[in-house]
Design a protein around this ligand. Structure first.
Ligand code: SF4
Length: 482
């Protein structure tokens, strides 16, 4: 979904997570409660807003708001939902400010052909053209998301076709990244764009409830057994006739799963397209150790997604791994908002060094990315204040040089520290004794290792390489880290 935000901190953020469930026997179940647990497991993919829609007795009930899943939904709120046989849910990362609430999903659209609720992960590259066309034809928008554009395009097609055909006809009009869960009063439809940028998988519980989710960790959370990932371009329909697939858009584009799902976005216990996210991060750390060795006493990781790569670095280098940074996992949005003005305090509250691991040590600190550099500089400073003798920064991804148009919040090269500065300048800005990134070549080796495990693997590496799988507005590029 669209709506990039300004540089609030230096992290890279995924835009969304999608969850859905369908009872194959047409029997109602506690759909909202299942969606709650599924979204809870996907919270790492978006913390700004969330929502759950349930279809029950031919009507759709939806509640969504800004905040974490645990903040938006309590037991009283969940009890308002009637039992239903279909649900779709969503967690979102987006802009700060007043637009958050209106951009929350699922998007519910009611029109003459029936009601529909839609959850979307990804970003369209032709959103503004489509929106213009739709507005010229009388569509009225309630949000600034391209997810709503998708809903309108499908609705337009649904005026002349049934919902399955409408989704299929909408797909060639939608350029870019989309993993969708679409619910009508009687069907659940899961869709993955033809490049397969964003992951989407499905499974089944022992009671016969089918579950669709951005990551397999959400299937685990609701007791569903993983069946398979959706194919790029696949439309998977769950209705009273069972589960059926439409594959007319499969193989129409090269497969381009976002490599950053493995490096950063996904939870380590997820399996994406047959590969363990945890294992991929260990390998990235091992490549990094070979590429940028250093004499040091301890390897630490920046929680959460830098930890696995740090373990991989430690194993490959023989330097012991230590818990050097503790993350406060209980910071919700309500706590963060009042302290926006003091980012230094925010970092201290979110991350704390463990002095016994750090003091008088030469420390290798592994993180998965440096986007804008500000948070990284603060962490290095925290480590020095905790008594680190040396801090050697290692990054388990290549430098970000190009914006992502497919569902992350990096919207321009100008906001990227690696685009603006040389390696030595970045080292000085973050205050580290040395700095080393995973090379693009090693990232490609890593991707190849992952891809070897599934038949037609292919990855998007555009934010490192500038090699975009689709047309983009980007005309200039810059490579300075060869
Ligand atoms: S540009 Fe980067 S973050 Fe975006 S989809 Fe491609 S690999 Fe992922």
């Amino acid at each position: 979904m669209n709506s990039y935000r300004p540089a609030a901190d230096s992290g890279l953020h995924e835009a969304c997570g999608v969850f859905a469930a369908y009872s194959s026997q047409q029997q109602d179940f506690n759909a909202a409660s299942m969606a709650y647990y599924g979204l809870y497991a996907l919270q790492h993919r978006g913390q700004e807003a969330c929502g759950i829609a349930v279809a029950s007795a031919g009507a759709i009930r939806c509640h969504k708001d800004s905040g974490l899943v645990s903040e938006v939904f309590n037991s009283r709120e969940l009890a308002q939902y009637p039992p239903g046989n279909i649900t779709v849910g969503h967690v979102r990362y987006g802009t700060t400010g007043s637009s958050e609430r209106s951009n929350a999903q699922p998007i519910v659209v009611r029109h003459t052909r029936g009601a529909m609720a839609l959850s979307h992960n990804g970003n369209l590259v032709n959103a503004s053209e489509l929106r213009q066309q739709l507005e010229m034809n009388g569509s009225i928008f309630h949000s600034s998301t391209d997810s709503e554009i998708i809903a309108h395009v499908i609705n337009q097609e649904a005026l002349h076709h049934d919902i399955e055909e409408a989704v299929s006809r909408a797909m060639p009009r939608l350029h870019g990244a989309y993993a969708l869960a679409i619910m009508t009063e009687s069907k659940l439809i899961a869709v993955r764009d033809a490049h397969g940028f964003r992951p989407l998988c499905y499974g089944r519980t022992a009671e016969g409830i089918y579950v669709v989710a951005s990551e397999s960790c959400a299937l685990d959370a609701v007791g569903a057994t993983f069946i398979r990932d959706l194919l790029p371009g696949e439309i998977l329909i769950f209705d009273s006739k069972g589960v059926h697939t439409r594959r007319e858009h499969c193989n129409s584009q090269p497969h381009r799963l976002c490599v950053f799902e493995f490096i950063y976005f996904a939870r380590p216990d997820s399996i994406i397209e047959g590969s363990s996210v945890h294992e991929a991060r260990l390998r990235a750390g091992a490549f990094l150790a070979q590429q940028h060795p250093v004499e040091a006493d301890v390897v630490i990781g920046v929680p959460d997604s830098g930890i696995d790569a740090a373990i991989g670095y430690a194993r490959a280098s023989g330097i012991p791994f230590g818990n050097g940074l503790l993350k406060n996992k209980y910071i919700g949005r309500t706590f963060i908002s009042p302290t926006q003005s003091d980012r230094e305090d925010k970092v201290r509250i979110k991350l704390n060094p463990v002095p016994s691991t750090i003091r008088n040590k030469r420390v290798v600190m592994v993180d998965d990315s440096i986007v804008r550099g500000t948070t990284c500089a603060r962490i290095v400073r925290l480590l020095r204040e905790a008594g680190a003798k040396e801090v050697h920064m290692r990054v388990s991804a290549p430098p970000f040089l190009y914006p992502c148009f497919y569902g992350t919040d990096i919207d321009s090269s100008e906001s990227l520290i690696a685009y603006q500065h040389t390696l030595e300048e970045i080292r000085q800005i973050i205050g580290a004794d040395s700095l080393g990134y995973l090379s693009l070549e090693n990232a490609q080796h890593l991707a190849q290792e992952i891809a070897d495990k599934h038949a037609d693997g292919g990855f998007c590496t555009a934010c490192f390489s500038g090699d975009y799988p689709t047309a983009t507005p980007l005309e200039t590029s810059k490579i300075r880290f060869e």
